[in-house]
Design a protein around this ligand. Structure first.
Ligand code: GLA
Ligand code: ZN
Length: 679
């Protein structure tokens, strides 16, 4: 039943309203008005599905699913493992997590179960299979939503034992582990497996090898839990399509590894629109970056599983989206590769934790307020844009993203304990490319680079031998590579490479880094351009100081003790070219830098027309999205004339300039030109 359509809907938690049948009846009527075709049910319903141990009640959910389906609404059916019932925690305390200080939690919260507990796994498996047997063949069920936003770790005795087993399988012997973790330093040598404990503020908190392997273990364990649930469902329903909702820049597990187990990627997006630190366009780029990561995870369209139709309740200031932003931000998701726009949650809760969080239906229960009307307008737009469903994105530039690298940069003492900004480094390159109208994908370090004319390697401190070889082969065969500061320093165990750095890439880059100078926040080093293409600028955060071994200097440091040494270089290697960016430049500089690099790498622009300031271009299949993040209108040359695009407007065109869709501005106040209120 997964025909190519764009899904519109969201988390539906009817268990809150079972004693209000009129609300449930109104829900399906309102869903039709909002053009909802899909909702996620059952996410946190365990206490209603199994009110007492081994006493199951699925009838209420059956009625809900039937009613939804009768009104044309499909279902993403969730497993309830993200929150357990109270009776379970009371009877089986092992399901409760233990923190790094070895304190066991009390019952409460959610997404906080032990990932090892055999009791929990048994209970989950039984529940998942009961759901699969009862609802798996229901025509309404499109996808399975496994648990919810997997995150966190558990330090209980069961998890310690599992960690040791995982290490034994990885290293085979304690000698190998001691060597990998470099335990000779400070006499931390392990002489028995039972001495191995997860990191703790009360014990080991600075043994880098342990910290890195613990994060790898937690990653494995989390993915294993997902796989465990997926396989429980697949035993009953071999064809089930499974997903779990991922989070923003979350790095609690290796998403590349998780993605391999998922049939379709989904994620929950809650940008802080209208914050005083950024322009709307900057917030959009931060969000597009994450959409693009999740598109890249499987190189195919993903689901936007959650977003808010108005405000959250957990941000420092949970500000509602202004009129028009809901359409613009929803179509941004589509432009970047989403095949859905879904919300948390359909109807706002009456009580408890999330009652202030926006929902499509508010406490007024009306269909004529701004949030509802804007949501319905998005639903209608998705119907008009059905032709986008399933369309893929072009391959132009790719950024290497590595979770292991993130973990070691976080764990490492020095060179800047106030933060190296791995994500920030990636964002700057990303924004520079997007400001030049290029599409950007992400790849794991050992991914297939061959389809991409340009590959960026931002701050890849940790590089194993296979990664080095992958980058070498890529450039050798004609690829264009950009490497940035603090790359190629350590091996896969976070031990420093012995030899020149970036290790294994010095001939490719035509230089070696002789030292790295960390700067204080706000401190800057001047840089002077050596070519007409670049302007003078400044470096910040970290300055690698290279000695040239064949590369050409495009920009050089002009203050500090290393004035006169290169800050940006270019080198021919094999059939390709490699650039080195030795420090972090101000964000606008990357636009100019990538103008030069993209030109030199011969990467053709898909959209050949000028892109006004504040307009973002994205591509899906043969279609071009132009989104105007300015509050005022812009004139766009399309090749077939000029298109006036209203403030916060979206246009979808064919590559030859034929217009397929233009959004409508949302009038406010509603009385002035009230939109067709579907009362
Ligand atoms: C997350 C959760 C939801 C809800 C929203 C609120 O994404 O998955 O259950 O708590 O946040 O923004
Ligand atoms: Zn545990």
């Amino acid at each position: 039943m997964n025909e190519p359509i764009l899904l519109h809907g969201g988390d539906y938690n009817p268990e809150q309203w079972l004693d209000h049948p009129e609300v449930l009846e109104q829900d399906v009527q309102l869903m039709q008005k909002a053009h909802v075709n899909s909702v996620s049910v059952g996410i946190f319903s365990w206490a209603k599905l199994e009110p007492e141990e081994n006493v199951y009640d699925l009838d209420w959910l059956g009625e809900i699913i039937d009613r939804l389906w009768a009104h044309g609404v499909g279902v993403i059916l969730a497993t309830p493992s993200g929150a357990r019932p109270n009776w379970m925690a009371q009877r089986y305390p092992e399901v409760l997590r233990v923190n790094a200080k070895r304190e066991r939690s009390l019952f409460g919260g959610r997404e906080n179960h032990c990932l090892t507990s055999p009791v929990y796994r048994d209970k989950v498996r039984k529940m998942d299979q009961i759901l699969a047997k009862r609802f798996g063949k229901h025509p309404a069920v499109r996808y399975w939503h496994i648990s919810n936003e997997f995150n966190g770790e558990c330090h209980c005795p069961l998890c310690q034992a599992s960690f040791r087993q995982w290490l034994q399988a990885k290293y085979g012997s304690l000698e190998a582990l001691n060597e990998a973790w470099y335990t000779t330093f400070w006499s931390h040598t392990y002489t028995d497996w039972s001495q191995v404990e997860s990191p703790s503020p009360l014990g080991e908190s600075g043994l880098q090898g342990l910290l890195l392997d613990w994060r790898r273990f937690v990653s494995w364990q989390t993915i294993d839990f997902y796989r465990f649930e997926r396989d429980a469902i697949r035993e009953i329903l071999p064809e089930a399509l499974c997903t779990t909702n991922l989070m923003d820049h979350f790095d609690g597990f290796d998403h590349w590894a998780m993605a391999k187990e998922m049939d379709i990627i989904s994620w929950d997006s809650y940008p802080e629109w209208h914050n005083p630190r950024e322009t709307e366009e900057q917030t959009a780029l931060r969000t597009a970056f994450v959409h693009d990561i999740y598109y890249s995870m499987k190189d195919k369209p993903f689901l936007l599983m959650e977003s808010t139709p108005s405000n959250t309740n957990w941000q420092a200031v949970s500000r509602p989206k202004e009129p028009g932003m809901h359409m613009l931000s929803s179509l941004l998701a589509l432009a970047e590769g989403a095949d859905s726009v879904m919300y948390f949650q359909w109807r706002r809760s009456r009580g408890a934790m999330e009652k202030i969080h926006g929902g499509v239906v508010g406490p007024d229960c009306q269909a004529d307020n701004r949030v509802f009307l804007e949501t319905a307008a998005v639903g209608k737009a998705l119907q008009d844009l059905t032709f986008i469903a399933g369309e893929k994105r072009p391959k132009q530039a790719a950024i290497i993203l590595d979770y292991n690298n993130k973990w070691v940069l976080d764990a490492s003492q020095g060179p800047r304990n106030c933060g190296l900004g791995y994500w920030e480094e990636m964002h700057r390159h990303y924004d520079g490319l997007r400001h030049n109208g290029y599409s950007v994908d992400f790849l794991p370090p050992k991914g297939d680079l061959s389809a991409y004319p340009l590959v960026i390697v931002p701050m890849l401190y940790l590089m194993d031998d296979a990664t080095i070889q992958n980058l070498r082969d890529y450039v050798q065969n004609g690829g264009h590579l950009v490497v940035s500061a603090w790359s190629g320093i350590a091996d896969e165990q976070d031990q420093l490479r012995q030899g020149d750095t970036p290790y294994g890439l010095t001939d490719l880059l035509g230089l070696r880094v002789t030292e790295t100078v960390a700067l204080w926040d706000g401190e800057q080093v001047s840089c002077t351009s050596c070519t007409e293409d670049l302007s003078d600028t400044e470096g910040a955060i970290l300055c690698d100081v290279p000695a040239l071994e064949g590369a050409e200097t495009l920009l050089q440091y002009s203050s500090a003790f290393f004035a006169g040494t290169p800050a940006i270089t270019k080198n021919r290697f094999g059939k390709g070219t490699a650039w080195f960016a030795a420090t972090r430049f101000p964000a606008p500089f990357y636009k100019t830098l990538y103008q030069t690099i993209c030109r030199d790498s011969g990467m053709a622009a898909i959209w050949q027309h000028p892109i006004p300031e504040g307009v973002l271009v994205s591509y899906r299949g043969p279609y071009v999205f132009l989104q105007n993040w300015n509050r005022t209108a812009v004139s766009l040359e399309t090749g077939k004339g000029t298109l006036e695009l209203h403030g916060w407007g979206t246009a979808v065109l064919e590559q030859d300039g034929a217009v397929r869709y233009v959004s409508e501005p949302f009038p406010f106040p509603l009385t002035a030109g009230k939109p067709a209120a579907e009362k």
